[in-house]
Design a protein around this ligand. Structure first.
Ligand SMILES: [Zn+2]
Length: 135
């Protein structure tokens, strides 16, 4: 799997296999933020330290700036809508996109800190096997 596909499908940054979120769908919204503690495939900790995802707010901010600029050029300049209509459509779009912006912010933030390691899954399985035999 390519990195872009792994990001789009919200997979683990180290093995591109394990899901980053417990529910594949962002609904119900109450469970939107729920992530497994570890990657099921390679064991990577998805919450390396308390408050780790506070930094994802900066990614979210950048995505929202991008959305604003795109909407501004498409609706206000392109379609020549008045300011109130533009802000109304933009606001509704932001609300509808919120679950996706939230999850992609976390996904991209995690990808800033971890690189793909093709052997991560085998190493994890090996360590589990060793652990089982040591205890
Ligand atoms: Zn993984």
């Amino acid at each position: 799997m390519k990195k872009s596909m792994a990001i789009l499908s919200m997979k683990c940054p180290r093995c591109y296999e394990g899901d980053l979120f417990i529910n594949h769908s962002p609904f119900p919204l109450r469970q939107l933020h729920k992530m497994p503690e570890h990657c099921k495939a390679c064991g990577l900790k998805f919450n390396p330290e308390p408050g780790f995802y506070t930094g994802a707010m900066y990614v979210s901010y950048a995505i929202n700036i991008g959305l604003f600029i795109t909407s501004f050029f498409a609706l206000y300049i392109g379609l020549k809508l008045d300011v109130v209509t533009f802000l109304l459509i933009y606001g509704i779009t932001l609300l509808l996109l919120f679950p996706f912006v939230f999850r992609y912010s976390r996904t991209l933030f995690l990808y800033l800190f971890y690189d793909y390691k093709p052997q991560a899954k085998q190493d994890y399985l090996k360590s589990l096997h060793l652990y089982k035999h040591a205890s």
